[in-house]
Design a protein around this ligand. Structure first.
Ligand SMILES: Cc1ncc(COP(=O)(O)O)c(C=O)c1O
Length: 331
């Protein structure tokens, strides 16, 4: 196992969602990875703990990363940078001037240097642009550490590989076993880490990812790419198979960070039914997928009796959606 620094509040709590469990006739629990911290909240900090150890080891003084305008990963990186005494440069994808709100507001508050880039530069040139920024840092006598989108490289994936062990340990303490784990899939690292943990431990659970952009085949390919580097870090010769990766398609909706009225209403109704808040970009779409699949007796969930949903965070991004919620709440 790779080394890490400790930034997240771990282990995170596991709670049962009583009302939804009763309504659906299946036990549904939530792992509160939205509570890994405040500034450092959400799934990204588990991944960053590993990458940032490497950054310190390499003597870096600047972090460079990228994401959408409301990226939770970028906000967590900005906060971690301050904690470690490093400067942070963020490339945020934006097609127009954006209101400084939600995570973007927190990036500014934390003193990150925000550079907005167009969607096409983001799609085709972001690596090149970040590398140029790293050279800029070096010319000034510094040293930069580049973190890819969502920290979903092999080193970042260690975070959820370790989280899988944390879940196994909690099962012993709670004296119960989950047959199914479910998480949102955005850049692939969370799902890959959990899936690799499941395979390598021989636990035999179902680990089901719900893509909130792209589709299941895209993320099967992505997980196989991550596995190439991940298996050499772990020195594992396990054969990872694409066919074993379970992804529930059909819940991307209008696209990344866009919502349908049904998705907004779902987040609203779960808040009022259980007192738990999901964000509408990641966890709301994924949890909606889980609830729908159970209601429809989807084959992936046919034998599921006790499910653990990983609440990967995203609360701050919800503030940028206030206007859309206002319209739903007026109804
Ligand atoms: C709140 C939240 N949940 C889930 C995800 C998806 O995780 P991953 O990028 O590891 O697939 C992300 C980031 O993309 C996120 O910010």
């Amino acid at each position: 196992m790779e080394k890490k620094i400790s930034l997240a509040n771990l282990p995170t709590k596991i709670e049962k969602l009583e009302r939804i469990s009763r309504r659906l006739g299946v036990e549904i629990y939530v792992k509160r990875d939205d509570q890994t911290g405040t500034e450092l909240s959400g799934n990204k900090i588990r991944k960053l703990e590993y990458g940032l150890y490497e950054a310190i080891e390499q003597g870096c003084d600047t972090l460079i990363t990228c994401g959408g305008i409301q990226s939770n990963h970028c906000r967590a990186t900005a906060a971690a940078g301050v904690r470690l005494g490093m400067k942070t440069i963020l490339y945020l994808r934006s097609s127009e001037r954006q209101a400084v709100e939600g995570n973007y507001f927190l990036d500014e508050l934390l003193g990150a240097e925000v550079r907005l880039i167009s969607p096409s530069d983001y799609a085709y040139r972001r690596q090149e642009i970040m590398e140029a920024a790293a050279r800029e840092v070096e010319e000034k006598g510094g040293k930069a550490y580049l973190i890819p989108e969502g920290a979903s490289n092999a080193i970042g994936t260690m975070g959820y590989f370790a989280a899988f062990d944390e879940i196994l340990e909690q099962e012993k303490q709670l004296d119960l076993a989950f047959d199914t784990l479910v998480c949102a899939v955005g850049s692939g690292g969370t799902y890959s880490g959990l899936h690799f943990g499941n395979v390598l431990s021989g636990s035999g659970k179902k680990v089901i990812g719900v893509p909130i952009c792209n589709d299941g085949d895209h993320f099967r390919e992505r997980a196989m790419e991550i596995w190439k580097d991940f298996s050499s870090l772990l020195q594992s010769d396990e054969g990872m198979k694409k066919e074993d990766m379970l992804l529930l398609d059909g819940y991307v909706g209008r696209g990344y960070a866009l919502n349908t009225p049904e998705e907004m209403d779902f987040v609203l109704s779960i808040s009022r039914e259980e007192g738990i808040i999901f964000d509408s970009v990641y966890t709301g779409k994924a949890f909606r997928g889980l609830v729908h699949a159970l209601e429809e007796n989807h084959e992936l969930f046919r034998d599921a009796k006790r499910i653990l949903f990983i609440h990967t965070g995203g609360l701050f991004g919800l503030f940028a959606k206030k206007f859309e919620f206002d319209m739903r709440m007026e109804k």
